[in-house]
Ligand binder design. Structure first.
Ligand code: XIL
Length: 344
């Protein structure tokens, strides 16, 4: 039995792919991906700093292999991500003197990037994270270069360029801490505004980088319901449940101490039984929620295959040992996988 069989009539179930997985040097993970998942997204290689490191100099080798892998295995292929303030090459928004470019120039660069990338995979990449992480938890716009130079209009513009390049691709707005009520409100306004103007938007992406305690399931569920009621599909785009304490809010001088580092990385010798239980029941609660709202959900994607390759071992504190994913460090399915399958 497999996850993809279990969820076949509900929603796509997917994973992010790292470079070794894309390039065939992590064969054990590839085996898990093809047997368990029906959808893939590239963890890094389709971000602007990799696709267009210098203006006009595109690098498609990795992305091409990623798309070929998905086609070969009959998967729903997702492109991540077109417009994002992070992993963005600096040339994108500066002129030859290092000064911010004009709105006209930035629009042209956005259009050229989006058009080149989306047309290359037209009809093959089925959905795009068009804009990533543009809204803050308090509902205001992130003060990114896109926002500073173009204002709020950079989001509809990005969607419009993507739509022109592949009218049949699904287009998503994607974000983290996506359950904060003020953020939900602003994202819904953006969606409604684009819809009223005839600009295509098919879904909201809820990244779902969650911990054992946050968010509360009820507030997360409310976000699913609210997004869906704006007339778009909900995509769970980057899920993992970290087992580690969150360092947010710790002052810089405290975070340097040895005691603090140890406190932030308590499970180097394995996850204690009780934490493992808590983690497992949290996964099951999330999947119960996804199944309950299967009419609203297009896809659930995990942010990686095995624990040892999760970005969570190095973020937001470097060098930790986390256990956030469905497969362990020996490429074995954790017991939770069978239990998730049993829910369907
Ligand atoms: C992360 C990758 O997992 C890391 O390998 C990389 O170093 C940084 O980016 N939100 C997103 C993803 O939309 O693209 C990020 O991925 C995680 C947070």
């Amino acid at each position: 039995n497999s996850l993809k069989k279990a969820f076949k009539d509900k929603f796509y179930i997917g994973t992010a792919m790292s470079l070794p997985q894309i390039n065939g040097t992590d064969v054990k993970s590839d085996q898990i991906i093809t047997s368990q998942y029906s959808s893939i997204v590239a963890e890094n290689c389709m971000k602007s700093m990799f696709l267009q490191p210098q203006e006009g100099k595109f690098f498609f080798d990795d992305a091409d292999r990623f798309v070929a892998f998905g086609e070969k295995n009959n998967m729903f292929i997702i492109g991540h991500t077109l417009i994002w303030h992070s992993q963005l090459p600096k040339w994108f928004f500066v002129d030859k003197n290092g000064k911010d470019v004009s709105p006209e120039v930035l629009k042209q660069r956005m259009k050229n990037h989006i058009t080149t990338v989306v047309s290359r995979y037209k009809g093959r990449v089925k959905g795009w994270d068009v804009v990533n992480e543009a809204i803050m938890e308090d509902g205001t716009y992130r003060k990114s270069k896109f926002y500073e130079i173009l204002g709020e209009e950079f989001i509809p513009l990005a969607f419009q360029y993507a739509q022109e390049a592949d009218p049949n691709a699904e287009l998503y707005y994607n974000d983290y801490n996506e359950w904060f009520p003020e953020k939900v409100k602003t994202v819904i306004n953006i969606v409604k505004n684009m819809k009223s103007r005839g600009i295509k938007v098919d879904g909201v992406g809820m990244q779902t980088h969650v911990g054992l305690d946050t968010p509360k399931l009820a507030e997360y569920e409310k976000a699913i319901i609210d997004y869906a009621s704006a007339g778009v599909k909900v995509n769970i785009t980057e899920m993992e449940i970290s087992t580690l304490p969150s360092p947010w809010g710790t002052s810089a001088n405290v975070s340097d101490t040895v005691e603090y580092q140890a406190k932030m990385n308590p499970y180097t010798k394995g996850l204690p039984q009780n934490v493992q239980k808590e983690w497992e029941s949290r996964y099951l609660n999330f999947f119960r929620l996804f199944i309950k709202h299967e009419d609203k959900i297009r896809r659930v994607t995990m942010w990686g295959v095995t624990d040892n390759q999760s970005w969570k071992n190095d973020f937001p504190v470097k060098g930790r040992t986390d256990y956030p994913l469905l497969f362990d460090r020996n490429f074995k399915a954790k017991p939770v996988v069978e239990k998730i399958i049993q829910l369907t």
